[in-house]
Design a protein around this ligand. Structure first.
Ligand code: IPD
Ligand code: CA
Ligand code: CA
Length: 274
């Protein structure tokens, strides 16, 4: 079947909106959950699996030769050809506990390169979209390019789990950064946190333990407005679903400032600084 980008984007959008309706309806009542791998911090509901099945089944009807990487299924790591990367619910804890601040995150990559990404915040009916090379939109309104801001004006976003892991694994006292930035906020859904950098509400996001479905779509949106993300050691991030540590910032310059300051990584930045 011939691939048409605009058709695929429209289909993906209508799919996530449909699946989002299911989540919005579910969020109007009590949501039962189980623990994944006996970890009380890793929740799973029937809706994670239902959204995954719904989205993959619909996309498969139209794109039978495309592949899928998704959180609640076994993934074989094959990135060749067209590969959809899905997080059926990003922010399951928020979905269960607060009934808001969760998203459906869906991206399409071709041979490991980004094609487009969609993040849908169903409760607020906010649809973020980024098409590689064609800009990013929130509810069909173009998101402005980000302007550079100094570290002292930044709002940083990081979870308690990441603060703990940075210290235990790397002996990094990230809390020392508290005095260098304007403030700290945490929402609990990586895809939305990256979208908030794209819209200028946040400026720095650090996580020690993300998988590709957490950032594959929002990363495209962020890059399209001049933001930047990568590993804590300048490495390219894994897309197949292996755990990865990520730093995302509102500019490439800020990313390198954070890497130098926090991770003591020598700068590879060749651009100009303010
Ligand atoms: C989680 C959320 C959370 C992040 C975790 C992710 P999930 O995704 O994005 O903000 O800190 O690392 O696993 O499990 O709700 O899909
Ligand atoms: Ca997730
Ligand atoms: Ca999830």
């Amino acid at each position: 079947m011939v691939f048409h980008l605009s058709e695929a984007v429209n289909m993906a959008k209508s799919m996530v909106i449909r699946a989002g309706g299911l989540l919005k309806h579910a969020a109007s009542r009590e949501i039962a959950c189980n623990y994944k791998n006996h970890d009380h911090r890793d929740l799973l509901t029937e809706f994670d699996e239902r959204v995954q099945s719904l989205v993959i089944a619909e996309l498969k009807k139209n794109y039978p030769d495309h592949k899928f990487i998704s959180e609640e299924k076994h993934n074989n790591g094959d990135l060749t050809g067209y590969v959809w990367i899905l997080d059926p619910i990003d922010g399951t804890t928020n979905f269960v506990c607060f009934k808001k601040n969760f998203s459906i995150s869906l991206a399409l990559y071709k041979d490991g390169k980004p094609v487009f990404g969609i993040v849908y915040d169903a409760v607020n009916d906010d649809l973020y979209q980024g098409i590689s090379g064609e800009g990013a939109y929130l509810n069909n309104k173009r998101i402005n390019n980000l302007t550079r801001i100094p570290l002292k004006n930044c709002i940083i976003n990081i979870s308690l789990n990441s603060i703990e892991e940075l210290y235990n694994k790397y002996r990094i006292k990230i809390f020392n950064l508290a005095k260098d930035v304007r403030g700290h906020r945490y929402f609990g859904a990586a895809s939305l946190e990256l979208c908030k950098i794209a819209t200028g509400e946040l400026n720095i996001y650090i996580s020690t333990n993300l998988k590709s479905w957490d950032f594959a779509a929002a990363g495209i949106i962020l890059n399209e407005v001049g933001g930047y993300y990568g590993g804590i050691d300048h490495m390219k991030l894994d897309l197949t679903g292996k755990p990865t540590a990520l730093v995302a910032c509102s500019s490439k310059e800020l990313y390198h400032v954070v890497l130098e300051k926090v991770f003591q990584q020598p700068s590879l930045y060749k651009g100009t600084r303010e």
